[in-house]
Write a protein of this length. Structure first.
Length: 427
């Protein structure tokens, strides 16, 4: 891939003009004078979603009322799951949309440990999203003191020590649980290699795809992955708190059972039997009544990813993130910035972390400009990471150029010093 960059505004404009995905930007609601680089945390609002929500509320809920269950709503968890399956390399009937990522992780880990009876270790890493580790810790409290979690380490704070990870996977490992793309550094695993290592020791492989789905190519079938979870509100642009998804390969669906036996996971929920009988397919991992409006509102964003094509999105993402790192090295290293993400594009997801001791206040200066400067929205992750989310559907080369130049200006004028070090509740 040609990654020859130039540190000029003309270079950025030329690449935007030649961008085959440029027209997708027009299909999002973008506030005036705003550069949004936080799509790895919350995707922007697709314009179609605004219209869709109006139809859901006014016509489906308002006019059709309860008849909408049969007309529109009941099949949505499976139908939407089949669409996500196209993005993550799964087959129809292997993905379902329900609950939150945390709840789905609980279901799958609990089911996997029951299947792997006699194996008492879960392997993860120090980069995994904290809620994943919290869920694992809570489950092991239920299972008993013989169960434990071991975490692979990082020598540089950017990538995981793969040899350390491999050595931690033993014959006692029941399950390996990793985020395909690390939430802080954007470190990207080789999913085939990791899954192979897990299977060599008889462990199951579970991926958290929250920072990967819609951003990097994922092929769960090719990699041999057993299980996966992920959210729809980041790169899939499903909206705040949009329902998550889970994946169970067909080969395991008759062997695993959800610990949350809700009525939507029953084989015939509207017979209202007194004894639970799990559904015979992926539906067994549903629980209670789905949040219909949030569920359906996620569809337009997913459709945009499918239309654009994940390989096209990845190609643009690699160029944009590489351009950001190139400009940061040229213009920001003298101000104490360093990269918190892998240098190689094949080891990096679709966001970039820049590290600086004053990262939080610099982030606030970007978000709260003066004198009609553009509002630039990244986010901050402790202790010193400013994360810049690259969302190829609407991010541009010119925005990357403007962002790095604005950072340079903030440092030259020491604008960040006017902001408090006290953290907001959400950073």
């Amino acid at each position: 891939m040609n990654l020859n960059f130039e540190a000029t505004a003309e270079f950025a404009l030329k690449n935007d003009k030649n961008d085959p995905l440029q027209h997708f930007r027009e299909r999002f609601f973008i506030p005036d004078n705003t550069i949004y680089l936080d799509g790895n945390s919350l995707g922007m609002l697709p314009l179609k979603t605004k219209e869709f929500i109006a139809d859901i509320t006014e016509k489906q809920w308002g006019t059709d009322l309860i008849e909408s269950w049969n007309k529109h709503w009941y099949e949505m968890p499976v139908r939407l799951g089949d669409k996500i399956a196209q993005i993550i390399g799964a087959k129809p009937g292997e993905v379902i949309v329900s609950d939150s990522t945390s709840v789905n992780l609980y279901k799958l880990v609990h089911a996997a440990l029951k299947l792997q009876k006699g194996k008492t270790t879960i392997v993860s890493d120090v980069f995994n999203f904290p809620t994943d580790l919290y869920i694992l810790q809570g489950i092991l409290k239920e299972k008993g003191p013989e169960y434990k979690i071991v975490l692979a380490e990082s020598a540089d704070g950017v990538s995981i020590d793969l040899q350390d990870l491999k050595e931690k996977i033993t014959n006692d490992t029941a399950l390996v649980v990793l985020s395909l793309v690390a939430f802080k550094s954007s470190f990207l695993y080789d999913s085939e290699k990791m899954t192979e290592w897990a299977h060599e020791k008889g462990a199951l492989m579970l991926w958290d795809l929250s920072h990967a789905a819609g951003a990097v190519p994922v092929d769960l079938e090719k990699s041999g992955a057993d299980l996966a979870v992920g959210c729809t509100y980041k790169f899939l642009n499903g909206g705040p708190g949009a329902p998550a998804f889970l994946y169970v390969g067909k080969k395991l669906q008759d062997k695993l059972f959800s610990p949350i036996q809700g009525w939507f996971g029953d084989n015939r929920p509207f017979q209202f039997k007194l004894k639970y009988e799990p559904a015979l397919d992926i539906r067994k991992f549903l629980a209670g009544t789905p949040p219909v409006i949030s569920l359906m509102a996620a569809e337009p964003g997913i459709d945009l990813i499918i239309e654009a094509g994940i390989n096209n999105l990845r190609s643009k993402s690699i160029k944009l993130s590489g351009y950001l790192l190139f400009l940061a090295d040229k213009f920001l290293s003298s101000f104490g910035f360093s990269s918190g993400s892998p240098a190689g594009w094949n080891s990096r997801g679709s966001h970039v972390s820049l590290k600086h001791p004053e990262g939080y206040r610099i982030c606030q200066a970007l978000i709260n400009p003066k004198n009609q400067k553009p509002k630039i929205i990244p986010d901050f992750r402790e202790p010193d990471n400013i994360r810049f989310g690259i969302t190829p559907l609407y991010s541009s080369f010119t925005e990357i150029w403007q962002t790095v130049n604005r950072l340079k200006e903030i440092m030259e004028l020491k604008e960040y010093q006017s902001f408090t070090k006290t953290r907001n509740s959400v950073t």
